[in-house]
Design a protein around this ligand. Structure first.
Ligand SMILES: [Zn+2]
Length: 277
C-alpha cells in the first residue's frame, strides 16, 4: 500500500525492517528509490503503479547493500541508477558466482525465499560529480558521502521538501558505520551528517531507509541524535540512545547487538592502527 509523504511523493513500507521504498511522481512516470524487499511487495507496488497509469521511468539505489539493490521484473526495464562508487561497489561484490548465495545468507531465513535476487544490483553508475538524477520530474539532488557504505547518497527533493536519507536519520536504527571501506569511519559519518544538516534547511519530511517518516521537527532532531551516538563512539562514552536497550521499539532489540559489534570492531581497529576509530 502506498501512502503519501508529501505532494507527489509516496512511500511503501516493507514488512522487512520497516524498509521504505519511495515513489516520486514525474511528468511521464515515476522515479522509484530503493524499490523494496519482498517479491510480492514489489509486484504489488508494480500493480499499483500500473493502475495509476504511472510506469517506472527511473530507479535509484541509495547505497550498495542488498536491501537497497533489489528489483522486480514487473517494475519494468527503466534505468536504475546509483552513484559511480555505489555501482562499482555493487559490481565488485556481486560479480562472482557465489555472490547471490552469500547475499541470501545475510537475510533472516524466513524471508530468504521471498526475496528475488535475479535483478540484484544491476545499477548504472552516474558519472562522479553528477548532482541531479537524470529524469523528467522534480529535481532530485544527490548528496553523496562515505558514511555507512561506499558511495552512499541521500536525495533531496527540494520542491517537495523531502529528504530521502538512505540508512541514516532513522528512529529505529543507530548509525551503522562502514568499518570495511574507509580509513576514518567516524569522521566520514560526522562529515555526512554535516552535509545533511547543510541541505536540510527547508526539509519538511525525512524518509529513512528503515523506520518511521519524520516531520519538520524530526529532521534536525534525528541529525543531532545520530551525531550524539557517533560522538559517544568516538569518545568511548556509553551512548544514551533510545534506539538501544529497553527503550528500543518493538522488534528492534537486535540493534543493541549491532552497537556491541561496532564497539568491538572499533576497539580492534584502534588496537591495530594505534588510532581511535
Ligand atoms: Zn538498509
Amino acid at each position: 500500500m502506498l501512502r503519501q509523504a508529501a505532494e507527489g511523493v509516496l512511500i511503501h513500507e516493507s514488512e522487512f525492517c520497516q524498509s521504505n521504498a519511495v515513489v516520486v511522481h514525474g511528468r511521464a512516470g515515476v522515479l522509484l528509490i530503493d524499490p523494496g524487499i519482498l517479491g510480492h511487495e514489489m509486484a504489488a507496488l508494480a500493480n499499483d503503479l500500473r493502475e495509476l497509469g504511472q510506469p517506472v521511468v527511473a530507479g535509484f539505489s541509495t547505497h550498495p547493500h542488498w536491501d537497497h539493490l533489489l528489483w522486480h521484473a514487473r517494475l519494468g526495464a527503466a534505468p536504475r541508477y546509483g552513484t559511480a562508487r555505489c555501482a562499482a561497489t555493487a559490481r565488485d561484490r556481486l560479480s562472482d558466482a557465489g555472490a547471490k548465495a552469500r547475499v541470501a545468507q545475510l537475510m533472516p531465513p524466513d524471508i530468504a525465499e521471498q526475496v528475488p535476487l535475479d535483478l540484484l544490483g544491476l545499477i548504472t553508475g552516474l558519472p562522479a560529480e553528477t548532482t541531479q538524477i537524470p529524469w523528467d520530474g522534480p529535481q532530485v539532488r544527490i548528496i553523496e558521502h562515505q558514511a555507512h557504505a561506499p558511495g552512499h547518497a541521500a536525495l533531496l527533493i527540494e520542491e517537495r521538501g523531502v529528504l530521502v536519507a538512505g540508512d541514516m536519520l532513522s528512529d529505529v536504527l543507530i548509525p551503522m558505520l562502514d568499518l570495511n571501506d574507509t580509513a576514518d569511519p567516524i569522521e566520514d559519518y560526522l562529515a555526512a551528517l554535516r552535509l545533511l544538516e547543510s541541505a536540510a534547511g527547508d526539509v519538511d519530511v525525512v524518509v529513512p531507509g528503515h523506520g518511521s517518516i519524520g516531520g519538520a521537527d524530526q529532521v534536525h532532531a534525528r541529525i543531532d541524535q545520530d551525531r550524539a551516538y557517533v560522538h559517544a563512539l568516538r569518545d568511548t562514552h556509553v551512548p544514551s540512545d533510545p534506539r538501544i536497550g529497553p527503550s528500543a521499539k518493538d522488534g528492534w532489540d537486535w540493534v543493541a547487538g549491532v552497537h556491541e559489534g561496532q564497539l568491538q570492531r572499533l576497539a580492534q581497529r584502534s588496537e591495530r592502527d594505534g588510532t581511535p576509530g
